[in-house]
Ligand binder design. Sequence first.
Ligand SMILES: Cc1ncc(COP(=O)(O)O)c(C=O)c1O
Length: 395
Amino acid sequence: MGYIVEMGEIYLAGNYKREKLAFVKGSGTRLFTEDGEEYLDFTSGIAVCNLGHANQELIKELNTQAELLWHTSNLYYVSPQAKLAKKLVELSFAEKVFFANSGAEAIEAGLKLARRWAYENFGKEKNQFIALENSFHGRTYGALSVTGQPKYWEGFEPLLPGIIFIPPNDKKALSASFNEKVCAIILEPIQGEGGVYPLDKEFVELAKELCQKYNALLIFDEVQTGIGRTGKLFAYEHFGVEPDIMCLAKALANGLPLSAMLAKEKVMSAFKPGTHASTFGGNPLACAVALKVLEIVSNPSFLKEVDLKGRILKEKLEKIRKERPDLIKEVRGLGLLIGIEFNISAEKIYQKLLEKKILVTQPKPNVIRLSPPLIITYREIDFFMETFKEIITVL
Ligand SMILES: Cc1ncc(COP(=O)(O)O)c(C=O)c1O
């Protein structure tokens, strides 16, 4: 065990289940340990480093901004933040942007905005949220309260009241759950932490329809699916349904802490001076990097490549599933967010991949999630598949 791991075990809070691995350097799709061992990263730091590690174009933007200005607070306007808001508006359904630092904070902002908007327009009785079972929205109290996985609640209750949970893709339950007191429904277009489960188009369409009927807002949590991960800049584009509020984080600044909550002006106008805030939110360094991230990722040819790589990877996995239905139950996902569900525990496969120096994540005991940097090469996809095949032939 290396020195960094040893030190971490002594001094860091024990809330994470970490591998006994410490990375000290990254480059593209590769990570290097303190002993100089090289790993192929099929996690992107949980869908964050979409443009790879130590991306030179991003480093340039970061260094330029670091020489200019780090922080002034949101008492003033700062150039990269205003430019980034403009860019996000140009690229999405939204008209206004609020910046924060993490996914959970963007969700908190979205939930607060929905309640405030409902309060201003319809009164304080309209305060309920509909959320999905098996969802994941983060660990702060609001985000945790709409997270439909009771294992995350244990020991932390009471949570926020007024949340109605329904099973994903259950249109009957969706219709039954709506009433005049609902201010918003929150959905992940693909349940990432829940095991990579995409929502059905008809379910999302019905959610939008019901929101319009009951004067409620549709919140898309695109913390994991946004910024090109699914082969479109935002996953909502796959559904042909625009949300009223969208939350982004993770890949927005490729690893610098930054999140955003986007909405139309008529909704965001409920946020008046003093209603919500963040000291660090939209800090100039992260915003400068995010501007470059968006410039690269929003290029149609870049997104086309992501879509193609995702299709190829999924097709190859699907072929193996057909050969080994005893072992692999389902391959699902969009773009480069793919889940492989096994009929057995995925632990052994995860460990074998780790031994072969390939990093993946295991969001559920029987699911392996692949979320490589979007710059992954076709050759690296082939290498992954060869290794994967080799591992599963002995199972
Ligand atoms: C869909 C979704 N929402 C919210 C979050 C919370 O983000 P953060 O960990 O940055 O607070 C996550 C994190 O995995 C996520 O996947």
